[in-house]
Every structure is written in C-alpha cells, then in structure tokens.
Ligand binder design. Structure first.
Ligand code: AMP
Ligand code: FE
Ligand code: FE
Ligand code: ZN
Length: 292
C-alpha cells in the first residue's frame, strides 16, 4: 500500500513531515509522496525521515491551476521535481504572494460578517509556508463560530459563500511546464473535481497531455469503485500513469486516514515502479528504500 498525496504542517496538514513518515510506517505504507499546496518547504525533512525510516519517498507539490468557466478546481501534482529550481521558486513565490493578498481580503470579509478574529488566531493554525482557508476554518472553530471545518466552508469559505475570495493562480500550462522543467512529472489530482462528465474529462485530459501531463490520480479517498474504474480506463486509453493517494491533512480533514482514506482506500504498490521509472533512476528527489 502506498500514499502519493499527503499534506504536512508546511501547508494545511497538521503533522510535520517526520510525523507523517512515522505514521505512514505504522499504517503499513511502503511509499509516500509529500504534496503540500504551493510549497516544497518540507521536502528535505521528509526525504531525510524516509531515509531514516526505510520508507520510499518522493518529493512533491500540489498546485491549483486557473480554470476556464464551467470547470471545477484543477489541481496538479508534481513529483520528483527539484525544489530549488529557479522556475519552481519563482512561480510558487508568486502564488504565495497572491495568497497573502487574498487572505487579507478573507480576513476583512469575516470581520465584516461579524466573525471577529485577530490575525494571530489564524496564524496560530497556519502552515510554515502556506496560509489557506483551512487555517481560517480552524480559527473559526476555536471561537465557536462554527463546529467543524466542513461547516466553516459550507457557510463562509467555499466558492460562492460570503467570505470567499479568488486568488492568483498559474495557468495549467505554466503548472505543467514548471514541474517538467524542474525534472518532475505532472499528474492531475482528483480529476472529477475538475470535470465530472466522462466525455468532457477525456477531452480535457487529452489537452493536458498535449501540455505534458504524465499521469492521473485514479485511486482517491473520495472516489467509489465505479469512478475509479472510469479513471483507470482513461489512464490506459490515454497512456497516462496511474497514481493514487488519500489527500491526508490530519486535523483539517479529520475523516481521512493516511493511506486508508475513509477506510477502504488502498493504492496498489504496482503503481510505484512505472512512476519511479518516469522520474529517472538518478533522481535526487526520490528516496528508494528496501522494505524492512
Ligand atoms: P485555499 O488553497 O486556501 O483556497 O484552500 C483550499 C484548501 O481547503 C483545499 O486544498 C482543501 O484542503 C481545503 N478545502 C477546500 N474545500 C473544502 C471543504 N469543503 N471542506 C474542507 N476542506 C476544504
Ligand atoms: Fe489542502
Ligand atoms: Fe487538491
Ligand atoms: Zn491535496
């Protein structure tokens, strides 16, 4: 069992990269990838923990791309890319700057709605690098304005709700190019978030493949067997790699367990070798460990 979609305290997860690897060992995972939103700040700590704990580890990132009208969120996972690459640093920095601006606007809106918060309260939950809506949600819970992260999103923070604000996003093309130019492989995360219609999804995936997309996250916490079969069929038809992961966030998504998702998730070990081959034998941002 492997888990190639995991968030740490560097973004909106509640565990450090080291803690994630320890927990992954306990859960029986043989390989993991750290895919924080918009930051690779946890990469070195994560890979070091993988070396020490005999876990196969892949450096990664998750970037939300700008989408056309009519589509849901398009999230691109990058695997095995170089964190210090100039393009990666520049683009992620521009995204984090856009976040900071947007966060100020969310903060104003919440206060305007009578949900008084101090900035320090949001920061108390914030990631080392990235501050996002899940951190606002946790601050709202602490003040007892809402009782769960889900309620915070449903009432205030989700798109279309009164405290929502847009933020700067890279185009899909820029995301994929940035990942590839840094030696990495680009994979579409939770594809049905972007497009629920199979026929439109296939057409969209073909366009992304033309831009350099290499894989699709076919096994995912929120997908039922039928949806998984659809994604596996598309991966095969379009000659894309298959990947999978839980999207574990710790306390920000308390119902999702590392490796196991809502309980029945199991990303097969078989998906690992083709991905490792695509990342290259000498990729320094991959730690290959023999299982002990
Ligand atoms: P942001 O990147 O700051 O706009 O926040 C997006 C993050 O919030 C996502 O990556 C999820 O981790 C989380 N998120 C988005 N929608 C929800 C929701 N409805 N319930 C819980 N978490 C959510
Ligand atoms: Fe998240
Ligand atoms: Fe995502
Ligand atoms: Zn994620």
């Amino acid at each position: 069992m492997i888990d190639l979609h995991v968030h740490s305290t560097y973004s909106d997860g509640s565990e450090t990269p080291e803690e994630l690897v320890t927990r992954g060992r306990r859960a029986g995972l043989t390989a993991m990838a750290l895919t924080d939103h918009d930051t690779m700040g946890g990469t070195e700590a994560f890979l070091e923990a993988c070396r020490q704990q005999a876990m196969t580890g892949i450096a990664g990132v998750e970037i939300s791309a700008a989408v056309e009208e009519g589509h849901g969120g398009l999230h691109l996972l990058g695997y095995g890319l170089t964190p210090g690459n100039a393009g990666v640093k520049d683009r992620l920095e521009s995204v984090l700057t856009g976040r900071a601006r947007r966060n100020g606007q969310i903060f104003e809106k919440l206060n305007g709605l009578g949900l008084k918060l101090e900035w320090a309260e949001v920061q108390a939950y914030a990631g080392s690098d990235m501050i996002g809506r899940p951190h606002f949600a946790q601050a709202l819970i602490a003040r007892e304005y809402v009782s769960s992260v889900r309620e915070a999103f449903d009432r205030y923070l989700a798109k279309g709700r009164p405290a929502y604000e847009e933020r700067y996003r890279l185009s899909p093309e820029a995301c994929i190019r940035t990942i590839r130019e840094a030696g990495g492989v680009a994979v579409i995360a939770h594809p049905f978030s972007w497009e629920t219609d199979d026929v439109k999804l296939e057409a969209g995936l073909r366009e992304l493949k033309a831009l350099g997309l290499a894989g699709i996250e076919a096994v995912y916490s929120e997908y039922n067997p039928e949806q998984t079969v659809t994604l596996l069929r598309l991966a095969k038809k379009l000659e894309l790699l298959k990947t999978g992961g839980s999207d574990y966030h710790g306390k920000a998504k308390p119902d999702i367990a590392l490796g196991r998702g809502f309980g029945s998730l199991c990303v097969p070990d078989d998906y690992l070798q083709p991905l490792l081959r695509a990342l290259g034998d000498d990729n320094p941002w991959v730690v290959v460990s023999e299982r002990r």
